[in-house]
Design a protein around this ligand. Sequence first.
Ligand code: NAD
Length: 500
Amino acid sequence: MSIKYSRAEWEAKATSLSFRTQAFIDGAYVNAASGKTFGCISPIDGQCRAQIAECDAEDVGRAVKASRRAFESGVWSETSPVHRKKTLLKFAQLLEKHAEELALLESIDMGKPVADALAIDVAASVRCLSWTAEAIDKVNGEIAPTPRHELGLITREPLGVVAAIVPWNFPLLMASWKFAPALAMGNSVILKPSEKSPLSAIRIAELAIEAGIPPGVFNVLPGFGKAAGEPLALHMDVDGLVFTGSTGVGKHLLQCAGQSNMKRAYMECGGKSPNVVFADAPDLPAAAEAAAIGIFFNQGEVCTAASRLLVERSIKDDFVKLVVEAGKNLHPKHPFEPGAPMGAIVDEGQMLRVLSYIEKGKSEGGRLVLGGERVMTESGGYYVAPTVFDDVAPEMTISKEEIFGPVLSVIAFDDEKEALRIANDTDFGLAAGVWTSNLSRGHRMAKKLRAGSVWVNCWDGGDMTAPFGGFKQSGNGRDKSLHAFEKYTELKATWINLES
Ligand code: NAD
């Protein structure tokens, strides 16, 4: 899925798009029970593109009932693994068939370059769904080592009704990481996309039906967190709650699970990832390029953004110059522009939040060496220049809090011990990077860094075969890989007496 179109061609395609705007419950598009809607504003130009159904507790009740009914009927939950595999492969093929449309929806909804949406978001969603589907009929249960007169079976069974609450930074991909393994294991799913990016989730609901997923098994409830997300988290008949989003909301949802029916609850939350560059890194220009892309890709709105750059003091000044040069080439452009390295920030509120962190960085003593301002204001959209602060102290706010925007904090260190101390001095633990030619040091650091993913001489490595998730307040549970199935199943031990 490579870039094929000019900006004018993408614009023509966008003009001819029609948006699905309703909730999807029990196999049909429906208005919110209240009849309420909210505006879907594109950050590309600040224009409202559609009115979306604003779901609340009543819609949650309807969706949970439909999901439960579908689950208990066995129309999906009791089908053979090979049937679910074939159906989900068809679903993946349909996503691929509509890849350009889905990429446009992502770009219009949350501002990322449409070429990235096509080559990364949609492609990775297709891969997630097809990889997961392929795995369904290859995972065996276990047999316990019993005496001859007994048989101990250890099997996995679906949870039942799973609610998935997802963010806006990779709307379709974050949703796929949840609904693919949930459906694979036979659950019914209620997907609540972010109010900032509901379009792709709503659209794929009808593709799920076309693929052969029965009504009630895959439902989509657009709406706000408090009104549509919280009733799901508190519902007594939802068996599993999976979430990707901020740490604050994740903590709150764990409480909702405890306060209600102790539903299985797995949270994938924020990050403040350290990218540690030693003077003996094998290729400093390549490391600098990766450091810049690591923070500026997707406008910095990435949970694993390389937001803290720790550089050995002896090379720090030269290395920062290389990062700044790389950053200059990553200025935002209109998201339909071929080769746009960055697009728009998701909405005005998030842009103002990013700008306020930039002000804080300046007032707390960071040295601004690139960017630092809103750009392309004439577009009516929300764009921020790639921004680099040098001479950041580990205790400054911009070095501690997740900004979720294109803002890099550079921190100097003197030796491995200090690098490790600063890198791990955070509430988060999602990802970390190390650049060194010293094999032993690479391994030493990888062992000691408290993060769910560690990348050595690269940034953002991994694919569907490896689990993804966080240590500490970056969350619990893991998305992707066979480990994801653990979140969507209960383990059952069946012990059989074989004596006559
Ligand atoms: P957010 O927490 O504001 O919202 C995420 C989702 O939760 C949205 O659908 C929102 O409507 C819903 N929500 C908000 N308040 C709620 C409430 N009280 N009850 C129920 N639902 C509620 O996060 P965001 O701004 O959409 O996304 C950015 C965050 O996501 C960042 O912190 C980022 O690091 C994190 N993220 C993490 C991962 C990961 O895999 N660890 C991946 C992507 C993004």
